[in-house]
Design a protein around this ligand. Structure first.
Ligand code: NA7
Length: 543
């Protein structure tokens, strides 16, 4: 067990200019700090939370678990680290990932570079000396040459603005801001709003603990069984015997966590209905995201997509005893255009007598009073409410900071009609600022670990190149940025991803511009990044 050092809550007294400040001490911030130290940069990480871990610090609700395989959801930069860490289950729980990140921080002495309980409020670029001036909360100032945003894609919780929310007398929890100590829900009537990945994980955990669980569902969700299980020693040994090969195969996948499974290279329409059913059944049995890759055109051809959607609806009908409930739980939108989920007993939970399902699609929540949630024509008395309502994804955390670039240009203005950047890394008008897994890069559409490592390594290589060549300013050119935004949209338009109201499109946040934010396809993205570097950072202005 790694000894847990006390988090550092103050900055070193030294007022000198840092080579780099990293915002966020999650998976990307930790690795960025390590790489910057390796290239000899002085670096300070600023973290709003009381401890490290980012997503895995905040999302500690019952049932919180990653849906990428453990052996792939881990850093690949250190062979000894890969070999020494032992994952216990096919998918890592929040607790296990958090222990892993603590182990990494201890191994590479990362805590000494992080200032916790501190938020970056604003960042101003000073063209005269090419420095960023940061205002922090608690009040303090920092200066740095490079500002590296490791603020995460899903880190700014979406708390719906429901009339009367503040008047509720019981506790209101958000899955992404879960308390440190366990919550006792026994003998309570608990309402859960939301049934995305977080809702699907917490609902089966809460149901056996509470007196009554009332699930408020706006949109039914596609989900396939995760088939989580303890890891088999032999399978781990085999992977660890050729970890680089395993990682290389992972990097060749457009979607997440498919490196160690055979996926079908044919259209769903190219096989007979009987064979199709057989293949879906085999994927369903295997569990995990492989189901969504049973055929190679499920996110490109509506008819193919319908065959998978229908298979899942049939399964729901077989699992859920009450046909009326099964129908309500059966999604009707294009499968995968909202991020699909993995589940572990979710649909079975609706066979329990203490679980109610309330359809709020046509009859939305009107208000919350001190002891109940009210729809138009009905009220549900409750003692506690759980918001599993997701995030202001991809741009939320960045936009919370008042970032001001060249000529007084604010990021909030620049992105008022959607994120504009180059490679998901750099923004014209905002020199020496990089976003790790920013909008316009594959990020959430691939294994986040792969996306993070690629960006961190790309950024540190770039900073090293600048130091060697004597450059002290870099930003994306306006032309490269405009072409990149078009490219991201064009790629998305060739798929079915844009067919429904998802957080990929910002559609879950009232007033947010409706723009498809991640880039579809990791391997082609990585391919595009290589020549950019080889040609002396093509599309960037260096000075
Ligand atoms: P998601 O996937 O955004 O799910 C949020 C859920 O909350 C979803 O069912 C929403 O319904 C529902 N929601 C959001 N706002 C409201 C309001 N105002 N009223 C009722 N219902 C609402 O977030 P998760 O935390 O589950 O998962 C996020 C990602 O984390 C996940 O995709 C993985 O990548 C990990 P809607 O579908 O919008 O109708």
């Amino acid at each position: 067990m790694v000894p847990m050092k006390q988090p550092v809550n103050s900055l070193p007294a030294d007022n000198s200019v840092w080579d780099a400040v990293v915002v966020g001490a999650g998976i990307s911030g930790l690795y960025m700090l390590h790489r910057l130290r390796q290239i000899g940069f002085s670096c300070q990480v600023i973290e709003a939370g009381a401890d490290l871990g980012g997503t895995w610090y905040w999302n500690r609700y019952p049932g919180a678990r990653c849906d990428t395989y453990s052996l792939e959801y881990s850093y690949s930069f250190c062979p000894q680290l890969e070999q020494e860490w032992q994952w216990s289950e096919r998918y890592p729980s929040q607790g296990e990932i958090w222990r892993y990140l603590n182990h990494v921080a201890h191994r590479f002495d990362l805590r000494s570079g992080i200032c916790f309980n501190t938020r970056v409020v604003s960042a101003d670029f000073q063209p005269a000396n090419n420095q960023w001036q940061l205002q922090l909360d608690p009040a303090q100032q920092l200066s740095c040459r490079f500002l590296l945003m490791a603020t995460g894609c899903l880190s700014s919780p979406n708390m719906p603005d429901i009339d009367g929310l503040q008047t509720f007398k019981g506790p209101i929890y958000h899955t992404a801001r879960w308390p440190q100590s366990p919550v006792d829900f026994s003998a309570q009537r608990v309402g859960v709003i939301g049934n995305g990945s977080s809702g699907l994980q917490i609902i089966p955990e809460l149901a056996p603990q509470v007196k009554q669980l009332v699930v408020f569902q706006r949109t039914a969700q596609y989900a396939v069984p995760s088939r989580n299980r303890p890891l088999d020693r032999q399978e781990v040994t085999k992977i660890k015997a050729d970890y680089p090969g395993f990682r290389a195969r992972n990097r060749q996948q457009s979607s997440a966590q498919l490196s160690n499974v055979e996926t079908c290279q044919q259209s769903a329409l190219s096989v007979s209905p009987a064979e199709r059913q057989q293949l879906y059944q085999a994927s369903w049995q295997q569990g995990g995201f492989v189901f969504y890759a049973t055929f190679n055109d499920l996110m490109r051809n509506q008819q193919s997509n319908q065959t998978a959607a229908e298979f899942i609806r049939t399964k729901i009908g077989q699992i859920v005893n009450d046909p009326q409930r099964a129908k309500l739980l059966s999604p009707q939108h294009v499968m995968g255009c909202k991020r699909p989920a993995l589940e572990n007993g979710y649909f079975e939970t609706f066979n329990r007598p203490n679980v109610d399902l309330v359809d709020i699609s046509a009859n939305p929540i009107r208000s919350i009073s001190p002891r109940a949630i009210h729809l138009q024509d009905q009220e549900y008395p409750l003692e506690a409410i759980v918001m599993a309502t997701g995030f202001d994804a991809m741009t939320g955390a960045l936009m919370k900071i008042d970032i001001c670039g060249l000529n007084g240009l604010r990021l909030k203005e620049k992105w008022s009609s959607g994120p504009h950047n180059y490679l998901g890394l750099s923004i014209n008008g905002f020199p020496n600022l990089f976003t790790i897994t920013g909008p316009g890069s594959p990020s959430v559409l691939t294994n986040m670990m792969v996306a993070i490592e690629q960006h961190v390594e790309w950024i540190s290589d770039c900073l090293q190149y600048m130091a060697q060549q004597g450059y002290d300013r870099i930003q994306a050119s306006a032309e490269a940025e405009a072409e990149w935004v078009q490219h991201v949209n064009r790629v998305a338009d060739e798929t079915l991803y844009t067919n429904c109201n998802s957080w990929y499109l910002g559609a879950n946040i009232p007033g947010k511009p409706r723009v498809f934010m991640p880039l579809v396809g990791f391997p082609p993205y990585a391919e595009k990044c290589r020549p950019v570097v080889a040609q002396g950072y093509q599309g960037f202005i260096l000075s």
